[in-house]
Every structure is written in C-alpha cells, then in structure tokens.
Ligand binder design. Sequence first.
Ligand code: ZN
Length: 92
Amino acid sequence: MCPSCGNVISDPEWHLADVNVPAPCCGDTGKSRGPWPDSPIRKLIEIASSQDLNTIEGKRTAIIFMYTAVHLMFEKILWKLLESAGEKMKLT
Ligand SMILES: [Zn+2]
C-alpha cells in the first residue's frame, strides 16, 4: 500500500519494497511501504482458502475466517481514513 496516496498496488515481485523505487501511482519515494493486507489477515484468508468446501464444517470455517479477515481489513481502512482526516484537520 502506498503511504502517500493510499492506493493498493500489485507488486508480486516486491520491487516496491525498495523505498527508492518511485511508486507507480503517485511517484512517491522515501516512505516505508507495507504489504496489504498485512500478514495476519493474509493468514486468515489462507486458512479460509484451505478449507474443504464440500463439507458443511469446511464451509462454516471458511466463512468465519473470511468474515474475520474482511472485518479486520475494513477496520484498518477506517483507521487509515481517520488518520488521513486528522492530518488534513491539522493542516487547516
Ligand atoms: Zn501513491
């Protein structure tokens, strides 16, 4: 995720881990960029994806893990929006 403009960028080769490489979205450099969603959420998605969807237990487990992953992603997006709004309020 770009720390400057908040865009999520596909970077499977991890080229953008080097902060000197300009972000393709806004050309920003020099700021730390993290993967999105972060590791704990990716693990929840991985667990949900590995369930046997031919069984009711597998479906239930997958739903619970995906629900939790989506909930956490929305929570992180909300925090980013609040941080962004807070920074804008400081500037005005
Ligand atoms: Zn950007």
